[in-house]
Write a protein that binds this ligand. Structure first.
Ligand code: J2J
Length: 517
């Protein structure tokens, strides 16, 4: 079983005695349910059909040498293969490592290397990008392809008579999520069967999911929000139907909402705003929607009111993090609270501390948290863990929040160096590291600047070497050559003679933000 930082024994016992951790491995979430489980493209699978396919896929993976504890980097789109492979791996006790579709050589090679991945799962090609080419340059020995496999193994062909599988320890790691981190390389978040099943189940309850729920997975499925908040796993827990959207574009999403009678879906504010705009010319019936979850980046009050008016569907604000803590506005909260807050912690046992600059509890300050589904440490990152977690196990979120008398939190800003680009998290340090090796750049600082649609955009503040010029286009093509995902490319470049520094000699990013806003 893969090592992770465990919860202290007394708290683990408490979470078990409260029934939060109920010993259910994720692989068994499909069992005992009935009706339509999954709609993806032309495929419609009942729970029975999905169960059978998962069992056969798991048996086929065993034949290919995949077993308990093996890590598999999963970069599939929102497809049947994503669901089938995830569940087959859960059943085997093998661990999906969820990459995002936008990741390229740099990110995938890193994930394969640090997890010593046994396999890598990809679609054949999407929107003109050939993932098999990516697999050729970085993939481990076994590459599984949904679609045309070329020289690799077709996921659909992995199919054997079901075999008896050894039991899976529900207290062990089930999967890895990627952090929207602050560090030079993205950190991996180990989630256990127990804590993640609770995350999905409790979320499903708060969002009112049941067998009649039709959930549209519009955001990339390997992200925590659509995966388990309540998302795909929460919908299966409740016995509902998951509908996979290949993209969250209004064309695709609205047609599926109308056709399938979608009741719940999750989007980032940028997508929600696009949907609201599209309402002017797209007339599909969206009245089946009972809950439009918006989260991942701040949704302002004016935006919330505008969305409500344009789409005419109930909204829910979600402030979550792949590390654990989830905050949801409740379905019966007054509209005013839904429009002005980012929600209330999910679990009665979520511990939230808001600490001011003096380290004392305050009404407004940095959010620290621990609880039954918040990790105690990143995968194999002892040095970073010493900074990211307090000695008593609180995760230091880097978010600045204010607590309302109702207990709801309002996100006011952040202290971590992340650009939240329409919900995509870009580590300033990571981009700076890449850009520092550019021959025209003497020094560089990457900052977030406001942007009307994205919320924030990435700006590279550059001191160029004498005589050289640096443009957005040039940096994009440089980073593309380095195999960096496109959402990390700077949207803006500002050139300076020197970077301003603070009294203690660090780059003064606040001053840069002031100057270029
Ligand atoms: C402001 N900032 C927010 C919000 C997240 C549900 C929803 C989102 C995520 C997610 C998630 C925000 N307003 N409503 O995992 O399950 C910023 C914070 C936070 C960081 C986490 C989920 N919702 N954020 O976004 O791991 O800065 O998770 O710490 O990608 O996003 O990013 P991530």
């Amino acid at each position: 079983m893969s090592a992770f930082t465990p919860w202290p024994a007394d708290l683990a016992a408490l979470y078990r005695s409260l029934g939060y951790w109920n010993g259910t491995p994720l692989g068994s979430l499909l069992s005992g349910r009935q009706g339509l489980a999954l709609v993806a493209g032309d495929t419609r699978l009942t729970y029975d059909e999905l169960e059978r396919r998962v069992d056969r896929l798991a048996a086929g993976l065993v034949r290919l040498g995949i077993g308990a504890g093996d890590r598999v980097v999963v970069q599939l789109g929102n497809s049947r293969g994503f669901v089938e492979l995830s569940f087959a791996l859960f059943r085997l006790g093998a661990l999906p490592v969820y990459a995002l579709p936008a990741h390229r050589e740099h990110e995938i090679a890193h994930l394969c290397r640090v997890t010593n991945a046994a396999a890598y799962a990809i679609p054949d090609q999407v929107a003109g990008f050939d993932y098999r080419q990516l697999a050729r340059s970085v993939g481990p020995g076994l590459v599984l392809v949904e679609g045309d496999p070329a020289e690799f193994v077709s996921l659909a062909s992995v199919d054997s008579e079901p075999v008896e599988l050894p039991p899976v320890d529900p207290s062990g790691v089930a999967l890895y999520l990627l952090s929207g981190g602050t560090t030079g390389t993205p950190k991996l978040i180990p989630r256990t069967h127990d804590d993640y099943a609770y995350n999905a189940r409790a979320s499903a309850e708060v969002c009112g999911l049941g067998p009649d729920t039709v959930y549209l997975a519009a955001l990339p499925a390997g992200h925590n929000f659509p995966l388990a908040c309540p998302g795909i796993l929460g919908t299966f827990t409740a016995g509902g139907t998951v509908v996979m959207a290949a993209s969250p574009s209004p064309d695709e999403a609205f047609a599926l909402i109308e056709r399938e009678g979608v009741t719940h879906t999750a989007v980032v504010p940028t997508v929600a705003l696009l949907w609201a705009e599209a309402r002017d010319w797209q007339t599909e019936d969206l009245s089946s929607l009972r809950c439009l979850q918006v989260g991942g980046a701040k949704l302002g009050e004016t935006q919330a009111k505008g969305l409500r008016a344009a789409l005419g569907v109930p909204l829910q604000q979600v402030f979550g993090m792949a590390e654990g803590l989830l905050n949801y506005t409740r379905l019966d909260d007054p509209v005013e609270l839904v429009d002005t807050s980012q929600g209330l912690p999910l679990s009665p046992h979520d511990e939230v501390r808001i600490l001011g600059p003096d380290g004392r509890e305050a009404e407004m300050g940095e959010l620290y948290t621990r609880g039954p589904y918040t990790i105690r440490g990143y995968y194999e990152a002892p040095e970073h863990n010493a900074i990211a977690f307090t000695s008593d196990g609180f995760y230091r979120s880097g978010d600045l929040v204010r607590r309302l008398p109702s207990g709801h939190l309002v996100v006011e800003g952040r202290v971590k160096e992340v650009i939240n680009r329409g919900g995509d998290k870009v580590s300033a340090e990571e981009v700076e590291n890449h850009l520092r090796s550019h021959p025209a750049i003497a020094s560089v600082a990457v900052i977030a600047l406001p942007h009307a649609l994205l919320g924030e955009q990435t700006c590279a503040c550059v001191v160029a070497v004498p005589g050289a010029a640096v443009t957005v286009k040039e940096l994009a093509s440089y980073l593309r050559e380095q195999g960096v995902a496109a959402y990390k490319f700077p949207d803006r470049v500002e050139t300076l003679d020197r970077l301003p520094v603070t009294a203690i000699g660090k780059v003064d990013k606040r001053e840069l933000v002031r100057r270029f806003t």
